[in-house]
Write a protein that binds this ligand. Sequence first.
Ligand SMILES: Cc1ncc(C[n+]2csc(CCOP(=O)(O)OP(=O)(O)O)c2C)c(N)n1
Ligand code: SF4
Length: 307
Amino acid sequence: MATTLKTLTDEEFVAPGRAGCNGCGAVIAARMATKVLGRNTLMANATGCMCVNYGYAGAPKFPFIHTLFENAAAIISGMDAGLRSLHKRDDVNLVVLAGDGGTTDIGLQALSGAVERGHRFLYICYDNEGYMNTGVQRSGATPYGAKTTTTPVGGDRLGEPRPLERRKDMVRLLAAHGIPYAATASIAHPLDYIRKVERAIAIDGSSYIHVLSPCSPGWGFAENMTIKIARLAVETHFFPIYEVEDGRWYRLTIKAERKKAVEEYLRLQGRFSHLFSERYRDEIARIQAEVDANWAYLKQLAALRAG
Ligand SMILES: Cc1ncc(C[n+]2csc(CCOP(=O)(O)OP(=O)(O)O)c2C)c(N)n1
Ligand code: SF4
């Protein structure tokens, strides 16, 4: 029977006393997932904020390996192969937890290989849109216009300078591998998220969940605003929530018809504050147009399934 918020366990799978910032979206994302995964889990965590939260300061109730950036998916592949050879594969959930730096950039090759080989594991990328543990450097997931320490604002620079909205789209990238299941998720939509974890972990093959995880110091918002920011990302279509089966069949699982302009989302975050100066004013309209185009494209993909 599918888990509901009422049937979700009260048990915590990581002891209290973590070292993360207050209101850390990544901690919330990991906590929700572990409540579905339970103790019978082996987790490989690519270096980053969650290694500090879980591996050093925390105490997971399941075996936890702090991996390098580049080899989290390779390590989980080895675990899958090893457990299969011992005929013990069905007994355990194999999970990678990694940030967007460890996923979109440095760990991408190992992830691609593991999915190509069809290992059975769930890869959860908590996306805080930058290398946050080392002080907010840009990653392949940093959105256009965002200020980071490696994409500063000043002179001719307006923050992250790539062409509009050209963040690496990990879900589509993995869909192109033919992965059995890939999805985006939001900590502001916990039921949708936990059902995706539940579904992904049941698959006899690779699965991937990309969960947006707002970061108060990195994005520049008050630490009690994490869920509000996460919700706005969905309501403005800045971060659409959808899933893809067998690399082909797209479905929008949160069908938020746009209620809010993307400006409302950007305005709450210090990393975009320069966009509200006269000098960069046009950039917000450009970002809005790109967000709209992406939403329209996803709807077309979802219509293929419906048709
Ligand atoms: C090969 C390598 N380069 C750099 C580092 C230093 N380092 C440790 S954590 C980190 C940031 C990780 O970013 P991300 O994967 O996005 O996770 P987050 O810190 O945001 O949780 C970096 C650069 C490292 N450990 N290994
Ligand atoms: S820097 Fe960001 S991701 Fe890291 S612990 Fe703090 S809030 Fe979480």
